[in-house]
Design a protein around this ligand. Sequence first.
Ligand code: 3HC
Length: 311
Amino acid sequence: SESDLERHFEETIGRDQRIEPRDWLPEGYRKTMIRQIAQHAHSEIIGMQPEGNWITRAPSLRRKAILLAKVQDEAGHGLYLYSAAETLGADRDELTEKLISGRQKYSSIFNYPTLTFADVGVIGWLVDGAAICNQVPLCRSSYGPYARAMIRICKEESFHQRQGYELLMTMMNGTQQQRDMVQDATNRFWWPSLMMFGPPDDDSPNTAQSMAWKIKRHTNDELRQRFVDMTVPQAEALGVTLPDPDLAWNAERGHYDFGRIDWAELKQVISGGGPCNAERMARRRQAHEDGAWVREAAAEHARKQRERAVA
Ligand code: 3HC
């Protein structure tokens, strides 16, 4: 009976075991998993734009090759995650349509412009660093396909984070102008990186249920704090100043205290009012339209293959 199935689901979650595609699961679990996985996938795909902006203008062949590899990785992350969403019955065309029509979201961080090449390093250091903080616990998420996709994605994110930090270290050992570029990029990306973790716990409608279903293993604020604690020493080693005068080690808490985040800015960016939202959406829509002929040709080829197979 359904109550037996429900109890089996709850017991599986209770035992820290994974829910797999063939298992019975509550409609609410399916809905919120598709929501989170799809928006995570959308973030990876949209995230290719700010970085891709610098592939043709990288300062050396080495930097170009590294950036090209990173952007290709992001496309692959999107692919794994869309495939994970499909195991819950989601349809990829529908998910793409929801992204393009603004009915599904992608990470706020990608609505900021990449103004200099130092931004490429700061995205690797801070944005991929924040993504790692958020994604490592997701390797233990209760939905099997999502958790397994995270394990591979986290390994590649670590490379992304290291290459960004190494790029910045090189620039910090360069001219004063290069050091100023790194400081400027850090000033522009620090607060938006903290906002990536989502609204504060007392304004996060999904967190309680996601924690109960062990989709999330930590709350938004816990992961944000972990990211700050990890990043402050890295900024010191790099020789840049984080743009928060309230940032200070609190020995009692064993964490860094930091200043107030402008939640109005996050709300504005999430609802489409960020510096680059329109551009990101227009580019994504254009790419979808430009690729239509490839999808039609592939579908037609597959149809003919099927016809030949049964003939
Ligand atoms: N950007 C856009 N939307 C956001 C957001 C952000 N930074 N933070 C929260 N939101 C949205 C949520 O999606 C939710 O809206 P919805 O109900 O329509 O989906 C609403 O704001 C309220 O937020 P909640 O905290 O209640 O929502 P969640 O419990 O889903 O928490 C989250 C938000 C922490 C982003 C969580 O969904 C999550 O951990 N997602 C997986 C990680 C992810 O998506 N990371 C993207 C980072 S970029 C990336 O990975 C690329 C890297 O390679 C650079």
